[in-house]
Design a protein around this ligand. Structure first.
Ligand code: CUA
Length: 353
């Protein structure tokens, strides 16, 4: 006889079940929404190769804790195994004889009370020192100021002193402190780029702060680390650490007004005539929607949908066709564009370098 198959009838429930499955798969590093996102997820968890000051301090503390725990584990399990073997019942032994029972030993009880207290207290002290060193560090005057706003399910990134906004990819110069303020526009998220720093919660109506000081150039991967809804597992983040020259080049490009290419005028018109401008920003004063990511220099980013897929023409087109196809549950609805509109708008967006 066949067992009952699991069937979920409500589409809402089915979506939630898929989301929960995706969450666990994401946590286990198994299978987020797309193969691309899966590859991204695998890249973020390298917690054993810290490349920034706060991550290094946390790494050392973690190893100290692991070391102490290992010594305790080996001592306890070693004693258990030794006792099991030493005092096992032997062949031919009279089973009615009870071994001598010992009640109360001041020395033993003192030992197993005092030693753990000393261990726990030492761990508290070193942990407090590391936390203090990271939180009370003096932020240098010339630190790059970045304001990060967590949203369902992407990151809005402000460079307040530079006067522009971008999304999902933070650029910072190598060897310099970047000071990051964390805010949320909706629910609790958590900022975590394992190789650069520890987790910091991103909480509505509150401003948390942290800093990074990357010591090597490269792309560092992170993800939201606090369950925040359907697409939590696809709230990926990249920190692109560049040489000062490369960084200056990126800044100059981000500050420039959006490209206005006359060959894609039809797409630009469609972008402005349809609902796009209600949610997206273009340049400082062209379109001012703030619900979705700023698109002024969309093509300077490596991914779309906060790391769901590579930022290619084909993927952009798929996103325009129906964002729910690439990122189910995301807050951009299917705009029901016709083929011509999808092509025109994709052509236009592709010019926003
Ligand atoms: Cu944002 Cu999880």
């Amino acid at each position: 006889m066949k067992g009952p198959a699991v069937r979920i009838h409500s589409p809402q429930l089915r979506k939630s079940a898929a989301a929960v499955a995706a969450l666990f798969a994401g946590l286990l590093g198994l299978q987020p929404a797309t193969a691309f996102a899966e590859k991204e997820m695998r890249r973020i968890t390298d917690i054993f190769k810290p490349l920034s000051t706060p991550a290094e301090s946390i790494h050392q503390l973690a190893w100290l804790t692991v070391l102490i725990s290992t010594v305790i584990f080996l001592t306890v399990s070693g004693l258990i195994v030794w006792t099991l073997i030493r005092y096992r019942r032997k062949l031919g032994e009279d089973q009615r004889i009870e071994p001598p029972q010992v009640y109360g030993s001041i020395q033993i009880e003192l030992a197993w009370t005092v030693i753990p207290i000393i261990i726990v207290f030492s761990l508290i002290l070193v942990t407090a020192r590391t936390v203090g060193e990271i939180q009370n560090a003096k932020i240098p005057e010339d630190a790059e100021e970045i304001r990060l706003v967590g949203r369902q399910w992407w990151w809005e990134i402000h460079y307040p002193k530079r006067g522009f906004v971008t999304a999902n990819e933070i650029h910072v110069p190598v060897g310099k402190v970047s000071h990051i303020a964390l805010e949320s526009a909706d629910v609790v998220h958590s900022f975590w780029v394992p190789q650069l720093a520890g987790k910091t919660d991103v909480i509505p109506n509150r401003r948390n702060e942290m800093w990074i000081e990357p010591k090597a150039e490269g792309v560092f991967f992170g993800n939201c680390a606090e369950y925040c809804g359907t697409q939590h597992a696809n709230m990926l983040l990249r920190v692109i650490v560049e040489s000062p020259e490369e960084y200056e080049k990126w800044l100059a490009n981000e500050k420039a007004p959006p490209v206005d290419d006359p060959s894609v005028a039809a797409g630009r018109k469609a972008f402005f005539d349809l609902a796009c401008i209600n949610c997206h920003t273009l340049g400082p004063d062209i379109a001012k929607g703030t619900f979705g990511p700023d698109l002024t220099h969309l093509m300077s980013r490596q991914t779309i949908g906060a790391g769901v897929v590579d930022n290619t023409y084909e993927n952009l087109r798929r996103w325009m066709r129906d964002p729910q196809d690439l990122k189910p549950g995301c807050l951009m609805p299917d705009m029901l564009l016709n083929d011509q509109q999808v092509t025109e708008i994709t052509d236009y967006l592709s010019t926003l370098k």
